[in-house]
Design a protein around this ligand. Structure first.
Ligand code: 9D3
Length: 232
């Protein structure tokens, strides 16, 4: 059983997501327990302030460190990275993080607990990344308004790798990215749509030919859309 605790100033952002698709199914099956917590509940001042002005000057506000340290202490039982028990990960979602990969998601899927800290404003006090988080993770090179959508991406990629979470249809390990190529093209009925035909080879049922076609088209598509995947 994986326990996921999200620390955010927008706990309501996650409500619908928990009630649909893979997260709902995995929860119902008892494979994960997931909860979004309000960072403001770990403040002690009257106005529940979670941000402050940056030392050194500059635009915007920074997420102050104390509420995140208190949140991780209460959720994971430690206030320092080195004291986070084996099997627990404290993940700071940030544009400065290492990239989320399928193999990192697989590591997360094998954990006992994930605490996901969602950044906001211009950034998070660096002591959270330096001394509290076990991992600082980005989901890609584009600018989001906060860590919340990134947390959902991490959760989705992780949960589907927990044995039993996908149901019986598909094995997560035989899918795209496990062989380093993009997926091959898929078709269903009708065999002709406004003059656009399904490739003949797929209609004939010659399995070796179909396998060869799928590998070739996967290769072509990878060269065109993701040449970086072939150069490593
Ligand atoms: C102008 C400098 N920006 C840093 C690249 C400021 C900034 C932009 C976006 C500060 C925080 C954010 C909010 N983004 C996230 O918290 C975030 C994120 C992202 O923006 N892209 C990809 N992955 C992630 S994970 C968290």
């Amino acid at each position: 059983m994986l326990r996921v605790d999200i620390v955010t100033i927008f706990p309501e952002y996650f409500r619908e997501a928990f009630e649909h698709g893979i997260i709902r199914r995995a929860r119902a099956a008892g494979l994960v327990e997931i909860k979004a917590h309000d960072l403001r509940s770990w403040t002690s001042d009257k106005h529940h302030v979670v941000d402050d002005r940056p030392f050194g000057g500059g635009d915007g506000m920074v997420l102050k460190p104390e509420p995140s340290f208190a949140a991780v202490e209460s959720l994971a039982g430690a206030r320092r990275r080195e004291e986070i028990p084996i099997g627990k990960r404290v993940v700071l979602l940030s544009p400065q993080g290492k990239s989320l990969t399928q193999s990192l998601a697989a590591e997360f899927a094998g954990c006992k607990q994930l605490v996901l800290i969602c950044g906001r404003y211009e950034g998070v006090d660096e002591r959270v990344a330096e001394a509290l988080a076990t991992d600082e993770v980005s989901i890609g090179d584009y600018v989001l308004s906060g860590g919340e959508p990134a947390a959902l991406v991490v959760i989705d990629a992780t949960i589907r790798l927990i044995p039993g979470a996908l149901g019986s249809e598909t094995s997560a390990t035989t899918e795209s990215f496990s062989d380093g190529l993009l997926d091959y093209p898929h078709y269903t009925r009708p065999p002709e749509l406004e003059g656009m035909k399904v490739p003949e080879v797929l209609l004939k049922g010659h399995h070796a030919e179909i396998a060869r076609w799928r590998h070739e088209t996967a290769m072509e598509k990878t060269k065109r859309n993701r040449p970086d995947l072939l150069k490593e």
